[in-house]
Design a protein around this ligand. Structure first.
Ligand SMILES: [Zn+2]
Length: 184
């Protein structure tokens, strides 16, 4: 679901109007009728990892969500990027917070536009350094899955499913690329 539209000016609190600004812009924006501030709303970045274990990366770490949305469903560790961090740092932070895993960050793996909800999802590969996980409050359980064990029908998000499918496809060829995808 898209974020709810902005109701009040972030500068002065006046109720905003949605209209095309008078500056040559072509899109409707939240414009403050009092202080004339134009509020630009842009997509949010969701960053995460594909943490893998085994000599050939045959197992992937998934987390069972303990929070809404999709509580009880399985996900790769991921969350909203924070101001002041890089995409890779954000992905590492989320992996630490949600799984309590020790890992080494590897390369960017998937770049997915989820235009319907105004999000860009970025997943990095990560190599687990051990199998002792200490998940935080957002996670009920963190465990490793072989490809044959992945709960495909119980995954929380489409971008997680796409990233896992791509991971196992690349693992078979032994070459990990960067994959871009537009999800409607
Ligand atoms: Zn204002």
């Amino acid at each position: 679901m898209l974020r709810p539209p902005l109701k009040h000016c972030r500068a002065c609190g006046t109720a905003v109007d949605y209209r095309v600004p008078d500056d040559g812009d072509i899109k409707e924006r939240a414009v403050c009728p009092a202080c004339l501030t134009v509020h630009y709303e842009n997509p949010l970045n969701v960053v995460g990892t594909v943490p893998t274990w085994g000599e050939h990366g045959e197992q992937v770490l998934l987390c069972k969500r303990n929070i809404e949305p999709r509580r009880g469903k399985w996900t790769l560790p991921a969350g909203f990027m924070e101001l002041g961090e890089t995409s890779s740092e954000g992905a590492a932070r989320e992996t630490d917070e949600e799984a309590g895993a020790r890992f080494e960050m590897l390369g960017l793996f998937t770049v997915m536009n989820v235009t319907r909800v105004g999000q860009l999802h970025l997943f990095y590969r990560a190599r687990l350094l051990d199998t002792a996980f200490n998940p935080g409050h957002e996670t009920m359980e963190a465990r490793l899955f072989l490809e044959s064990e992945i709960p495909w029908e119980e995954l929380a998000f489409r971008t997680v499913k796409e990233t896992l499918e791509q991971y196992f496809a690349d693992r078979r060829t032994g070459v990990f690329g960067i994959h871009t995808l537009d999800i409607s």
